[in-house]
Design a binder for this molecule. Structure first.
Ligand SMILES: [Zn+2]
Length: 334
């Protein structure tokens, strides 16, 4: 076993590295594919795993103290940590977060779908290249975490100007859906994609209001629950769940899909409470990695033959959504 010091973000992190057959050092360990003696390879593989799992490093907030930290009691033995990095939240806002997550938990057909351990509130807003506005939230399912941006707390009026709940309420459900239900709803959405209007373009892109380009297009945008839901199938799913839980208008086929994973009514009366935690973030744990040497590639000399005469195919055209739909109505693009 040896120690390597590596820098991640603004922090030096010490990791312990084991050979393939070394005895365990008693810590939780992760296997990486890298030669034990190759510092560069070990650091690269270990760095990827730490970056994926340690949100504090990823967000570059390690050296900042959070403004507030809470433990939200969602259900028995089910807690969610809330970490606020910028402006302090009001009591009623923390209460709202707890209530909405408790409601979401209470509606799940199967609690094994739950994938939320932490909600973080960044200090600053970020631009959304899909909507062309500030981001309200962002899901990070690999870390069982989502972010709610300051904009979502400031926003007044109805969620996306059309569903009967606040922006904060809707944002929490939208991100909770990405984290917990995406996998299940995707299966239901894809069962019969034609009925829900989604199509994947093979020869064109759609440019979203914020500039992001996608191959997805919905041919029946008027059936989507919000204008944001028209941009991508995953956001259609997330906003459909907001409409379902807030009892807003939802197309019957979408209602049918969502009702397979969520109950339309509260199943039990759930208590909800939260407690303040010390503002200091817990120390990073010890990282132990077990090296598994890469498999020799016997066919390393094999390279696929270059196809064609080497000329590049012409780039695919990019359309705005309305432009594409009107061309499609006239039978123009595929
Ligand atoms: Zn989304």
């Amino acid at each position: 076993m040896r120690k390597i010091t590596m820098s991640i973000g603004r922090r030096e992190v010490e990791i312990l590295v084991l050979r393939e057959n070394d005895p365990s050092n008693g810590n939780e360990e992760t296997t990486i594919v890298a030669e034990y003696d190759n510092d560069e390879a070990v650091i690269e593989a270990a760095g990827k795993i730490i970056d994926q799992g340690e949100w504090r490093i990823r967000d570059g907030v390690l050296d900042d103290e959070p403004t507030q930290r809470y433990m939200l009691d969602i259900a028995q033995r089910r807690e969610v940590e809330l970490v606020v990095m910028g402006e302090a939240l009001q009591y009623s806002q923390v209460q709202m977060l707890t209530k909405v997550l408790t409601l979401f938990w209470g509606r799940l057909h199967d609690h094994r779908m739950w994938n939320i351990k932490r909600v973080t509130i960044p200090a600053r807003d970020e631009f959304n290249t899909k909507s062309g506005q500030n981001k309200r939230g962002q899901e990070i399912p690999l870390q069982a975490r989502f972010k709610v941006f300051p904009t979502a707390f400031r926003e007044t009026g109805e969620y996306r100007d059309c569903l009967p709940c606040t922006w904060l309420h809707g944002t929490i459900i939208h991100e909770a859906t990405h984290n917990c239900l995406e996998e299940w709803l995707t299966i239901l959405w894809n069962k019969d994609p034609d009925r829900l209007g989604w199509r994947t373009l093979s020869d064109a892109f759609i440019r979203m209001p914020g500039g992001f380009e996608t191959r997805y297009v919905n041919l029946h945008p008027e059936q989507c629950p919000t204008s944001y839901a028209r941009l991508q199938p995953d956001d259609d799913r997330a906003d459909s769940v907001v409409a379902f839980l807030a009892r807003g208008h939802l197309h019957p086929r979408r209602w049918e899909c969502v009702s397979r994973v969520l109950y339309p009514q509260d199943m039990e009366l759930l208590s909800c409470s939260f407690a303040e935690l010390p503002r200091r973030l817990p120390e990073l744990g010890t990282f132990t990695f077990r090296c598994q040497p890469p498999i020799e590639d016997e066919d390393a000399s094999f390279r696929p033959m270059q196809q064609g005469d080497g000329t590049k195919p012409p780039p695919h055209p990019v359309y705005d959504l309305t432009e594409y739909l009107s061309l499609h109505a006239n039978g123009d693009p595929g």
